[in-house]
Design a protein around this ligand. Structure first.
Ligand SMILES: *Cc1c(COP(=O)(O)O)cnc(C)c1O
Length: 916
């Protein structure tokens, strides 16, 4: 894909920071070439290429503090003097400073006169061991002042710095609403925004690129008529929508007291009277960022580790003495370092909080996490989202409740229902048979289930809808639409969105609306809008206040919930360790439930049931730290993770040899067209421009998480497992999911562009290997290869749907819906006398399938891959499932003992039970 910034291709939307650095590399290369020519005394094009590169770059520079107007002017001056060597030196230094980030801590980088560091740039990133370096950020000042005045204001702001500030920031000054929005989008280092009231709307810079960006983020025309008195508040709202974590300040000469009480001002951290001391503003900026930086539990744990403490509680490794003094296990201490043991404690006194009844630093850490993800409450969980999910089931469902749930969801959901006694009503995702995987559950299927229950007068039994967002393979739901339409049928439904993989999405303005918490917030805003009531009234006009659940229009049209009746009851679980910097098993339950008060005690019981009484203090600390990171640099990191993924897609698709054997599936392959009304097909498709992609992300029923890449390897003659093993053993590349003919690659906040290069090199190496082998093996080899590819790509087993629960495990065998009493079946299997085993290849199995009695599974059978239960306790096993199992070529099948066979509940037992 072209790196032309004026092109309308999608990747710039996500990769603007990388695009900017590319421009700097380009400028530097041209400056060095010019200098080399000058040195050799044979200048050809002179400074024209450098001028051109500089012109391209200039559109973005006003939105970044470094290098800033002064240094750029110095480059202009040298260019004007025809000073090739001087230009090259300065440009080299600036681009090095940008690439290495050294401008953040080396003040000499800001000085145009100082050329000395050009030869030995400090390439060290301000990483570990750079403790003395103060964290650096940028503050956006949006003010109508002139350029000269702006420069002196910057100087004044810098003069407010004091050595003990702990943090240091550089100002970025822009002059309009539009410029402020662009700076917020482009510059991930911005942490605070100071808006002067009365700024103009339109940018003075006129670049198509900028217009495109603005168009992609919002309908800016709805803002153009904003009165000057409102513009500050409107800008604050706009910025808060893109990056809610930023601290926004408003400087105004209107009545501060009035504004501060205005509900529209809720996005603003503080309002200042314009004449107020600049020092006040400065101190507030620092305090706001420090508040996000503070990690109460981790900070407290560090303090604790430094104190001289004797322990008489049961935890020998606490303080490390049992390790450091040992003859035999010293290396344990040496490997992890003493701090780990100094921070280990089982105490909940002496300033350390209790995970089970937090009242101190853990409570505050949870509150901060709740703020960060837009929840009312967050609960830390130290044994993974497996436990978080079970806690939610335990807290909000009880025996006999129905839960509408994706059958392919993580096993913790199925086990959660065994524990709570809730009855699963399994709904099916659309299949992607060619790749032996499932997509996501169509909303129509969920509505149908609810309407069927309504038709039978049993809607009151449904407690919850549970879906995985995004799915392992990257299908993202339209969370808001799903909840709105379900609430139209049952206004008090609870939703559990398993976002184990998706926690990072909060920090992308494009993905956030599709997170559970983002959608819950949007629903709440919608409900407060008079248009909501109008939409409801119009629907009542059309369908009647009491609709007939069998009315076919209900499935065809988008249903509107009753704003007066609907409740917002949303639970989101995140494996913080899967997408953010937490230690393994760090997980959260985020709650936005208006009726949570009904559940407070049940929720606490659920915590007590599932949480260890010895929670790991380091995991809790890492949750606190992960939140800090995301609130301060999440926006930039997530943008980069997306950019890395798009770069991988692009490189694979464009490479003539790699693309012969490998491909990454786009939305056109992974989402049937009826779920993509926007027409979006792929992130790389030529016809995809920003607006289509943004529309797809906003409106389509499903879209794809760009960071998850399904790489088809069957076309290279590898099944997923073989390819995964090859990558691991020969190339040290790890990945965790495979299908029959694909593997899943994933980028996250730790990936950089060099990872892209490394991966592409490996794929190239493998592709060349295949080519060489095919050349060597001649016709026979090619035929064998083609046969292997055909078998992997075409001879794929049908994916079995959930059949049904045996009537003996159904409260209403006559019902149209298929929920069942899984818990009873689960425990029935505890009695070995009441069970039997049938080997998969035994003809008796086929006989039973044909002539009965029905085969009833005694337990969960979960093959990896695909990783979802193809049998659950109490399920009637049908021919499709047996066929699938027979074709399955995986070794790891949980719940299936190949030597004994499939474990079944004896038919006599079931009928006996249901009679009794
Ligand atoms: C990994 C995963 C879980 C379980 O989370 P852990 O943190 O590993 O316990 C739950 N649901 C989904 C969708 C997952 O991918």
């Amino acid at each position: 894909m072209s790196r032309d910034m004026n092109g309308s291709h999608l990747d710039h939307l996500f990769s603007n920071s990388a695009a900017r650095l590319d421009r700097w590399r380009d400028l530097n290369a041209k400056a060095q070439r010019w200098a080399a020519e000058a040195r050799a005394g044979k200048s050809q094009e002179g400074s024209a290429p450098v001028q051109g590169a500089l012109a391209d770059l200039r559109a973005m520079e006003p939105y970044f503090a470094y290098p800033g107007a002064q240094l750029l002017r110095a480059v202009d001056d040298r260019l004007a003097d025809g000073d090739a060597l001087g230009t090259a030196r300065l440009v080299l230094r600036m681009s090095n400073a940008l690439l290495s980030g050294s401008y953040r801590y080396d003040e000499s980088e800001w000085d145009a006169a100082d050329d000395t560091s050009a030869e030995a740039p400090d390439r060290l990133p301000p990483g570990l061991g750079a403790g003395v370096r103060r964290p650096y950020f940028e503050t956006l000042f949006v003010s109508p002042m002139s350029a000269t005045r702006a420069a002196s204001v910057c100087q004044e702001i810098r003069q407010l710095r004091r050595p003990d500030d702990g943090l240091v920031y550089e100002p970025v000054l822009v002059g309009s609403f539009e410029d402020a929005v662009l700076a917020t989008i482009l510059n991930g280092k911005i942490e605070a925004v100071v808006i002067y009231d009365g700024i103009p709307f339109a940018s003075k810079h006129d670049a198509n690129l900028l217009r495109d960006f603005l168009a992609a983020y919002a309908h800016m025309d709805t803002y153009t008529g904003v009165s000057p008195s409102e513009i500050g508040i409107k800008l604050a709202r706009f910025i808060a929508n893109i990056r809610p974590e930023l601290d926004i300040y408003l400087l105004t000469d209107r009545k501060v007291e009035q504004l501060a009480g205005d509900s529209a001002a809720s996005d603003i951290r503080r309002v200042f009277y314009e004449a107020e001391e600049p020092m006040e503003v400065h101190l507030n900026i620092l305090e706001g960022v420090r508040d996000r930086q503070a990690t109460p539990h981790f900070d407290n744990l560090k303090q604790y580790a430094m104190r001289p403490i004797s322990t008489f509680h049961a935890l020998p490794i606490a303080r490390g003495k049992s390790i450091i003094k040992s003859n035999w296990i010293r290396d344990f201490g040496e490997f992890y370092g003493l701090n780990l043991f100094l921070a280990e404690t089982s105490a909940t006194t002496g300033g350390l909080d209790s995970m089970l009844e937090p009242t101190g630093t853990i409570k505050v850490a949870q509150e901060k996490f709740a703020r960060a993800v837009g929840a009312d409450h967050v609960f830390f969980v130290t044994n993974g989202t497996s436990t978080s999910n079970k806690m939610v089931y335990q807290a909000v469902t009880k025996p006999g409740d129905i839960v509408i749930v994706d059958r392919n969801c993580h096993k913790s959901h199925h086990y959660g229902m065994v524990l709570s006694g809730a009855q699963p009503l399994y709904v099916e995702a659309f299949p992607m048979t060619e790749y032996s995987m499932y997509g996501a559950v169509p909303l129509r299927t969920i509505k149908q289930a609810l309407l069927d229950l309504q038709a039978e007068g049993r809607l009151d039994k449904v407690a919850m809808v549970t879906l995985t967002n995004c799915t392992f393979d990257g299908h993202i739901y339209n969370t808001r639409q799903v909840m709105a339409e379900c609430l139209a049928i049952k206004p008090d439904l609870i939703f559990l969105w398993d976002e184990a993989w998706f926690g990072f999405a909060r920090w992308s303005p494009f993905l956030r609306p599709r997170t559970a918490m983002g959608a819950a917030a949007a629903l709440e805003r919608w409900r407060d809008d008079p248009a909501a009531q109008q939409a409801w009234d119009a629907q009542v006009q059309e369908l009647g206040a009491q609709w007939d659940p069998k009315d076919p229009r209900l499935l065809e049209r988008q249903l509107v919930p009753n704003p007066k009746a609907m409740r917002i009851r949303v639970y989101e679980t995140d494996s913080v360790h899967k997408s953010m910097s937490s230690l393994r098993q760090g997980s959260i339950v985020a709650v936005r439930d208006e009726d949570y008060d009904h559940h407070v005690s049940a929720f606490h019981e659920a915590v007590f049931i599932h949480a260890s009484t010895s929670p790991n203090a380091q995991i809790i600390a890492s949750l606190d730290i992960a939140r800090r990171q995301m609130e301060l640099e999440g926006y930039e990191l997530v943008m980069r993770a997306i950019e890395v993924a798009l770069a991988i897609r692009r490189e694979i698709a464009q490479h003539p040899l790699i693309s012969k054997y490998f491909s990454v599936l786009g939305a056109d392959k992974m989402i049937p067209p009826e779920f993509r009304p926007s027409g979006f097909s792929d992130y790389l498709a030529a016809e995809t421009n920003w607006l289509t992609a943004v529309k797809a992300l906003k409106d389509d029923e499903f879209c794809l998480d760009p960071t998850r890449l399904t790489l088809v390897c069957g076309t290279a003659g590898f099944d997923g497992t073989a390819f995964k093993n090859l990558l691991a053993s020969k190339y040290n590349i790890q990945l965790n999911k495979t299908s029959r003919n694909s593997v899943l690659l994933q980028s996250n906040i730790n990936n950089t562009r060099s990872d892209v290069a490394a991966l592409i090199k490996v794929l190239l190496d493998i592709s060349e290997g295949i080519e060489a082998r095919l050349r060597a093996e001649g016709e026979a080899g090619r035929a064998a290869f083609a046969a292997k590819v055909a078998s992997l790509m075409e001879d794929v087993p049908n994916l079995p749907n959930f059949s049904r629960f045996h009537d003996g495990y159904r409260d209403n065998p006559a019902s149209a819906t298929t929920e069942g009493n899984m818990r009873t079946a689960f425990f029935a299997a505890y009695d070995e006398d009441e069970c039997e085993y049938l080997p998969l290849m035994n003809p008796a199995l086929d006989d039973r399938l044909k002539n009965g009695p029905e085969l009833v599974s005694a337990n969960f059978v979960i093959p990896y891959p695909p990783g979802f239960p193809i049998m659950v306790p109490g399920q009637v096993i049908d021919a499709d499932t047996i066929e699938f199992m027979r074709k399955l070529d995986v070794k790891e099948i949980h719940g299936y003992n190949a030597a004994r066979g499939i474990k079944l509940i004896q038919p006599s037992t079931i009928s006996g039970k249901s009679k009794g």
